[in-house]
Design a protein around this ligand. Sequence first.
Ligand code: NOJ
Ligand code: CA
Length: 718
Amino acid sequence: MIFKLKKIHLNVFLLICLAPFLIQAQEINSPNKNLVLKFELKENGVPSYQLSYKGKSVIKPSTLGLEIKDAPSFMDGFLITNTEQKSVDESWSPVMGEEKTIRNNYNELVVTLAQAKNNNRYIRIRFRLFNDGLGFRYEFPKQNDLNYFVIKEERTEFQLAGDHKIFWIPGDYDTNEYAYTTSKISEVPSLMKKATIEINSQWPIKELAVQTPSMMKSNDGLYINIHEAALINYPAMYLELDATTYKMRSHLAPDAVGNKGYMQTDAQSPWRTIVVSDKATDILASKLILNLNEPTSYKDISWIKPVKYIGIWWEYFVAGKSTWAFGKENNVKLTDDFTKLTPNGKHGATTQRAKEYIDFASANGFDAILIEGWNIGWEDWINNWKEDVFDYVTAYPDFDVKAVHEYAASKGVKIIMHHETSGSATNYERRLDRAFQFMNDNGYDAVKTGYVGKIIPRGEHHDGQWMVNHYINVAKRAADYKIMIDSHEAVRPTGLNRTFPNWIAQESARGTEFESMGGLNPDHTTILPFTRLMGGPMDFTPGIFQTDLSYYRTGSKQRVNTTLVKQLAYYVTMYSPLQMAADIPGNYERFPDAFQFIKDVAVDWDNSYILEAEPGDYITIARKAKGKEAWFVGGITDENTRTAIIPFDYLPKGKNFIATIYADAKDANWNEKPQSYTVTKVVVTSKTILKQFLAPGGGVAISITEGKDSEMKGLKKI
Ligand code: NOJ
Ligand code: CA
């Protein structure tokens, strides 16, 4: 049983009102009373809500509603015809996650709103108020006067209380791979042009808008995060900004003809989420988005497992010595005979190379290796908006699928399949069953999918309703074949890994690949957990040890903007049950003592402790490995040096433990001495508090184990 109901209070106060006009305002509190939500109808029957935290305004009165195409809107003329309240306090266990048990505790208010002027057509708005924030959604029940409708625009407002600091990327229908800008809301307009750097398959929104999750901090110290949960059969939401009044407003991704959502009752919108606290650590600890997603209906989940992997991958980005493509030609068709191509001499995914990686994976305890560029089609895979680029079942002549699999199986290693679609979702859907059958036949149990390029159906967007449904269908279909999914360039996650637990990770942000293309800002990874990762695990692909890329290309100014140790810390600060050791194996062999941390670190957890955090500045997290008496700590900083204060009070009391501390050396920094580090073993107890130096662009990683007395002899106790 993965959904365990521990405790439920169902206090249902059914309030059927015979005189609807009497009900004007409704108020509910969060279980701990810190948050107060007020719902009311304004003049002309316009729905409005407001939210406060410990008496401070989070969302000032803001209107709710939707515009409908060629039909009356759901914006005004409403009467409250019914309200219901209930409280829920239960807990459940995710298949994989940061916590083995998650508490779902909220007070709910459901308001039924009818429009007399439209034959009493009605909708419901469901609010769930948790201790860590608010979720609400629109519901469209089945009724005589509401069957099919098309959304012109959702008009949900978020009237913020001031000119908050905001960590943002430009609103874009097709990508989340921008670098973050930190500014005041009022400064967004003047910074938008600079922030809208050129990246593949982008489609910036014309209106002034930012992506969600949107992370903000108010002058009076409130941390506010706006996103959505359970994005199903609906387009993704962006936030339009009014930079003078600090009002945000929903903006949905359009389809090819400009419509925003095709609905048939019963239907509902995704949840709009506002996570709020006066502590930044609470934002990272929040499970509100997962709680608002439905439990999985999968009966058998035994095949869904955490994966630590390496891959024939980073060498395509840095070394310049290998390529995805096999042929010299740059104009091929799927119908061509690929055995007749002229080899370019640099093909990465050869049988021989695969075996070398398998040996390395097996020798170092990795579960799997990702092999990109194994299949025909890479000669001209992007930029042509071409439909049939890949067939997902035909290997290049120098890659022997059967031989690679037999070898991998003999070494206890899995191969991760790679399905780059180059945005052609139609082609992928047509071939999906054959592609998954091929995986089953050849022993693959996980696939990395990719959507680089403009989407086909042409005119659709990565974030539109059509593609949102596509990603979910791929995940569901994959489950039929017991296949796990790691999607790249898909719409950003909204907690659907609860419902579809085989969709184990996503990229959907600027990840390590950009370290080879200009670099990530040193503060990037102190922002990602507050933004992109709010929706779910990220396949960030950490673990780069050779950070100065002139190592590969003499004279290159490119570098990974971190110390080596910060790359270790990511395994803890960037939660994902799928973690890559992204560097080329040879680089791990050069630093065996640091590599030990990657070999040891867990990827699935019983508990997580967010010790310190400030978006844009630093994060320190400790986690307990799933089912094991082993703990791991990761701490990171931005471009500034800092002293992390690391408590160990989550360790069992009255016992000694061995902590192996991977630290930046005193002279380390991200741009000049990234590989200067120390590895020290000490004895710690639950009372230890460590003050740890972090270099500019640096970090700290600690692994903690129960040690035998003999192993602790001679170690310093701190
Ligand atoms: C972009 C992905 O993020 C990257 O990991 C992959 O290697 C390329 N697309 C090719 O599919
Ligand atoms: Ca990408």
